[in-house]
Design a protein around this ligand. Structure first.
Ligand code: ZN
Length: 280
């Protein structure tokens, strides 16, 4: 990207952040979006855009990598939700990066390297069968302070399964995560964003909150690195949860895109953060 284009993009990022700033403080918002669908799934902000003072870029190096580790306490019971969380709120100028379907030894290490380079933490919704084969990558995620969430064992469409099958998909995955990562997951994401009542109830029983996303990069469809970068940068706003993938196909575009959009977001004043549980 030429320098003038880059500057224009950064200004656009800041303008977008200011426009939806109020939405980020309006509480957790829901909508009925679904994952993996061909439609672009940027969730509309609730209510009209509100004005907010221009955002000031600031340092992103909040915590040193050394000595930092993910929270390893036991998951608390959570209420039975009826919709997944789509964004985080009340967190200031922050965004959440999530990577699904892995870990994959061909791509996940590169993503972890880039996150480490910028001292950024992310959330990985892993599949149990992938995690089982790549336990070393879950250990690395733990060491480097990332969050690991449950994305079922084999990535089925939950709406086609019995309650017992859903339970098995979720429980086995939490078991392997506990073993390799060091703690049971506190977050769950349904494959394809296809949630049903059983998934919410079982997630609650297992101490996991349902997390969807705000911005879908559509990287699963290998639309090109540029498309992925643009999807993230155009969708950037406080509280936004970004969906990408580190497995499930050739994810070299996703790896390259992260190397491009992450420094842009940080330069624009965003802090990449981890999802936090609500106490109510
Ligand atoms: Zn998935």
């Amino acid at each position: 990207m030429k320098k003038d284009q880059s500057l224009t993009r950064r200004r656009a990022l800041l303008a977008g952040a200011a426009a939806v700033g109020a939405a980020g403080t309006a509480g957790l918002m829901y909508s009925g979006l679904s994952d993996g669908a061909p439609a672009r799934s940027a969730a509309p902000a609730a209510g009209p855009p509100a004005r907010q003072p221009a955002l000031k870029p600031s340092t992103y190096r909040l915590q040193p990598v050394a000595g930092y580790s993910a929270p390893h306490h036991a998951p608390a019971r959570v209420p039975v939700r009826h919709e997944p969380f789509l964004r985080m709120s009340g967190r200031g100028n922050t965004m959440v990066l999530t990577f699904d379907d892995g870990p994959d030894p061909r791509y996940t290490p590169h993503i972890l390297d880039t996150l480490a380079e910028y001292d950024v933490r992310a959330t990985f919704f892993v599949c149990g069968e992938m995690a089982d084969w790549n336990r070393d990558l879950l250990a690395r995620m733990s060491d480097e302070g990332h969050i690991v969430g449950n994305h079922t064992w084999s990535h089925p469409l939950l709406t086609k399964l019995t309650r017992g099958q859903i339970r098995s998909e979720m429980e086995r995955t939490s078991d392997v995560i506990e073993d390799a990562y060091g703690a049971r997951p506190q977050w769950f994401r349904a494959p394809y964003g296809a949630w049903n009542r059983a998934a919410f109830q079982l997630g609650s029983e297992m101490g996991m909150e349902p997390l969807a996303w705000t911005v879908d990069t559509l990287d699963w469809d290998t639309p090109g690195t540029r498309h992925i970068v643009n999807a993230v940068e155009d969708g950037a706003a406080p509280g936004v949860v970004v969906l990408s993938h580190d497995a499930g196909g050739d994810r070299s575009q996703s790896v390259r895109a992260l190397r491009e959009y992450l420094p842009h977001l940080l330069d624009s004043g965003y802090h990449m953060t981890l999802p936090r549980r609500r106490t109510t």
